[in-house]
Design a binder for this molecule. Structure first.
Ligand SMILES: *[C@@H]1O[C@H](CO)[C@@H](O)[C@H](O)[C@H]1NC(C)=O
Length: 282
C-alpha cells in the first residue's frame, strides 16, 4: 500500500516537471540525470519504503524522457503545421492570381485570334486584287510589246522645184528624219500600214511660182482623201498644210500626189514635209 502511494507521488512529480518544461521552455536536454534522480530520491526519502529497485528508477526516467520527447515533438509538429498552413495560404493566393491571369490571357488570345482571322481574310482579298492587277500588267506588257512602233518625218528634197509634170506623180520624200518601223519607203513614196489601226498624217508643201495655183493630194490606197489648193497672185511662196486621222487595214498605203501641171518646192530649209504615226492598233 505504501509502495503504491510512493509511486503515485512520483508520477505526480513527473507530471509537474513536464508541465514546467512546456510552460517555461525547459527542454529535455536541460534536465540532467542527477536532477531526476535527486527528485525521485527526495520523494523516496519522505517514505520509509526503501526497497524500490534501480530498474524501476531507470524505467521511470525513461518514461519521463519519452513524455518530454513527445511533448517537444508535438510542439515541433504544431509549429510545422502552422508554417505549412501559412505556406498553403500563400500558395492558394498565388494560384488564384495565376488563374485570373490565365482567364485574362485566354480573353486576350481569343481577341488576337479573331484579329488574325480578320487580317488573313483581308490579306486574301488583297492578294486576289494583287493577282488581278499583276495579270493586267502582264497583259498590258504583252500588248505593248506586240504593238509596233510606227512614226516617220520626211523632207521632200534639197533640189529646189519639183514639177510641173504632164501627169500626176507620187511625191517621193527622200530626206528621212525619222522612220520608225520602216513603214515609209522613200523609193516608192508609199507609207504601208504594218497593222490595222488609227494613223495620224500631216504635211506641208511650198510652191515658189507666182501667178499659178498650187495643189497637192493625200491618197489612201486609190482613194483621194485630201485635195488642197492655193493661188499665188502676187509674190513669194504659197503654203499648203493639212492633217488627218485615217483608219487603215494592215497593208493599206498612204501617199502624197502632185497633180499634172503643178509644182512644189523644197531646199535645205525643209519647207515641204510629210509626217505620220500609228495612234493605236485596232
Ligand atoms: C494568287 O496567285 C498565286 C500564284 O498564282 C496563287 O498561288 C494564289 O492562290 C493566288 N491568290 C488568290 C487569293 O487568288
Amino acid at each position: 500500500m505504501r509502495r503504491a502511494a510512493s509511486f503515485l507521488v512520483l508520477l505526480l512529480c513527473l507530471y509537474w516537471t513536464r508541465a514546467q518544461g512546456e510552460s517555461g521552455g525547459v527542454t529535455g536536454n536541460d534536465i540532467t540525470q542527477t536532477e531526476v534522480q535527486s527528485e525521485i530520491l527526495g520523494v523516496i526519502a519522505t517514505s520509509d519504503q526503501t526497497n524500490i529497485t534501480p530498474d524501476i528508477w531507470a524505467e521511470l526516467k525513461e518514461l519521463r524522457d519519452m513524455a518530454i520527447e513527445h511533448s517537444v515533438e508535438l510542439s515541433n509538429s504544431k509549429s510545422k503545421m502552422e508554417k505549412l498552413e501559412q505556406e498553403n495560404t500563400a500558395i492558394q493566393a498565388r494560384l488564384t492570381a495565376s488563374e485570373n491571369e490565365v482567364v485574362k490571357l485566354k480573353i486576350e488570345n481569343t481577341d488576337l485570334q479573331s484579329r488574325v482571322t480578320a487580317f488573313e481574310d483581308k490579306s486574301t482579298v488583297l492578294e486576289a486584287r494583287m493577282n488581278a492587277t499583276e495579270n493586267e500588267v502582264e497583259e498590258l506588257k504583252r500588248q505593248n510589246a506586240d504593238r509596233p512602233k510606227v512614226a516617220f518625218s520626211l523632207g521632200l528634197t534639197d533640189a529646189g522645184q519639183v514639177g510641173p509634170f504632164n501627169t500626176d506623180i507620187t511625191l517621193k520624200f527622200s530626206k528621212v528624219f525619222t522612220n520608225f518601223g520602216q513603214a515609209y519607203s522613200p523609193t516608192t513614196g508609199h507609207f504601208t500600214a504594218p497593222v490595222r489601226g488609227a494613223y495620224y498624217f500631216s504635211f506641208t508643201t511650198v510652191d515658189n511660182r507666182i501667178y499659178v495655183g498650187s495643189v497637192v493630194y493625200l491618197y489612201h490606197n486609190d482613194k483621194r482623201v485630201l485635195w488642197n489648193h492655193d493661188y499665188n497672185d502676187e509674190y513669194g511662196h504659197t503654203n499648203l498644210s493639212n492633217s488627218m486621222v485615217l483608219q487603215l487595214e494592215k497593208g493599206d498605203v498612204v501617199y502624197m500626189v502632185l497633180p499634172a501641171s503643178y509644182s512644189v518646192y523644197d531646199d535645205r530649209d525643209d519647207r515641204s514635209t510629210f509626217n505620220g504615226f500609228l495612234l493605236f492598233p485596232l
